[in-house]
Design a protein around this ligand. Structure first.
Ligand code: SAH
Ligand code: F3S
Length: 437
């Protein structure tokens, strides 16, 4: 049987897309291998959001091409493949095929052509493509990613994603529910719904509120998560569905990008600082004990020291549980290329360091206050060190627990005993007894 090796960079949607590609190839008899030196086909699923991500992939291609034996095929897929298209074939002569996020159906055909010596790219957008008939090949796990929306119709001026993933489209609610029902039947209890602006989901009949209620009540679904929502797409209906669906977890990843209204305007985000704070307040009113994480960019074109300080103060004011922080990376083809006053690299570096310090301090303060509290955790697997188990709360906090490997995939109650500031140590506790009568 032919074997395929696939390496995934970037976001959860890429993880989910790699599972789809394995699904497309499994139908052709391919088996997965973790060893690139033994693989007949090597695929690198790429990210284009920052230049750094692309440089890493180019470096990695330099290594992977050495494992190519005669007849083997090396492909670049995903967002960087879409962005560069046939240019990638010129740039890396060992690459045989280049396929964007809407072209994975053509993998078998392009692989066959590559074997015949023909190098090809497929970077056409297909506004209808959902890979509905492709059963993803997922790892054996209690949790699964389910893509419910592809593409993006927003135009944040810094972002390449609309150019790499094409127009926004939502899967039919019934199709999503069928997939989640099948997952539940095979033992999955936690699902993360994926989309670039996932709470703007609309299949023509049903909105995101309908989707949350429908997926959240599939028998066996214990935890429902979603990422990433767009701040101003939390309608009253969606808030009510979150509050009224017990499976929906008390954690929202809410990308803010900047704390300065002036910068948000230049980014073409559809809210200012005050509006973002209103969304946070509305979410916290709807869901008690909510944990909030975010994405922040520093050094966007035109960002002054005062703008940056507004980002620092927003982190304090909201009290984020964690944040992914990035230096702005200029992407060719995005609207921000035309903006003036680009920020010097050393200023970006310095701002990033200051931001990380504040993010860590705010997170540590919140986490310290949780030591001594008890939580339901899903046991995910062995921790990287110390023979412990890695577990996760509904609020997305990671806790390391001593326990038996056969706890993996089950839910336990634990008490937090300590924190590094970001992760916790915890002890299993007796199931709380219910007093009857
Ligand atoms: N819609 C997605 C965004 C995908 S990009 C979401 O909301 O998650 C993921 C994150 O990368 C963004 O939230 C942003 O913080 C960051 N990012 C995107 N473009 C960037 C750029 N040009 N430079 C630096 N960071 C960027
Ligand atoms: Fe990018 Fe903004 Fe869409 S960050 S993915 S253009 S919502």
């Amino acid at each position: 049987m032919p074997s395929v090796y696939i390496e995934t960079y970037g976001c959860q949607m890429n993880v989910s897309d790699s599972e789809l590609m394995l699904g497309v190839l499994a139908r052709e008899g391919y088996v997965r291998t973790d060893d690139p030196t033994a693989a007949d086909v090597m695929l690198v699923n790429t990210c284009a959001v920052r230049d750094h991500a692309e440089q890493r992939v180019l470096g990695r291609m330099g290594e992977l091409k050495r494992y190519k034996r005669p007849g083997d095929v090396l492909g670049v897929v995903g967002c960087m493949a879409q962005r560069l298209g046939p240019r990638l074939l010129e740039r890396v002569p060992q690459v045989d095929l280049v396929i964007g996020p809407d072209g994975y159906r053509s993998l078998p055909e392009l692989i066959a052509r590559a074997r015949g010596g023909e190098r090809a790219a497929d970077v056409a957008f297909k506004g209808w493509e959902h890979y509905e008939d492709v059963p993803p090949v997922r790892p054996d796990s209690a949790s699964a990613f389910v893509t419910v929306q592809r593409g993006c119709d927003y135009r944040c001026t810094f972002c390449i994603v609309p150019m790499t993933r094409g127009p926004e489209r939502s899967r039919r609610l019934a199709d999503v529910v069928n997939e989640v029902t099948r997952l539940a039947a095979s033992g999955t209890t936690e699902v993360t719904l994926l989309g670039q602006t996932v709470n703007s989901y609309h299949d023509g009949t049903h909105d995101f509120a309908d989707l949350l209620r429908a997926v959240g009540t599939v028998p066996g679904m214990r935890r429902l998560r979603f990422t990433s929502p767009y701040p101003t797409d939390f309608t009253e209906r969606v808030l009510a569905a979150m509050a009224g669906t017990p499976a929906v977890c008390e954690h929202v990843h809410l990308p803010v990008q900047s704390g300065s209204s002036r910068v948000l305007k230049r980014m073409l985000r559809r809210y200012d600082r005050a509006r973002f704070l209103e969304v946070v307040a509305a979410l916290r009113r709807a869901i008690s004990g909510l944990a909030l994480t975010t994405d922040i960019i520093v050094g966007f074109a035109g960002e002054t020291e005062d703008d940056f300080r507004e980002t620092l103060s927003l982190v304090e004011e909201v009290g984020f549980d964690d944040a992914y922080t990035f230096k702005y990376s200029l992407r060719e083809g995005t609207p921000a290329v035309r903006l003036k006053d680009h920020v010097a690299e050393d200023v970006k570096t310095e701002r990033l360091e200051r931001l990380i310090t504040v993010v860590r301090r705010v997170a540590a303060r919140r986490n310290m206050a949780l030591v001594g509290t008890t939580h339901e955790v899903l046991v995910e697997g062995p921790a990287k060190r110390g023979g412990l188990l890695q577990t996760r709360t509904r609020t997305n906090k990671v806790a390391l627990v001593e326990g038996s490997p056969d706890w993996i995939g089950t839910y336990r109650r634990v008490r937090f005993t300590g924190t590094t500031g970001s992760t916790f140590t915890a002890w299993p506790v007796e199931q709380e007894r219910t007093l009857v009568g």
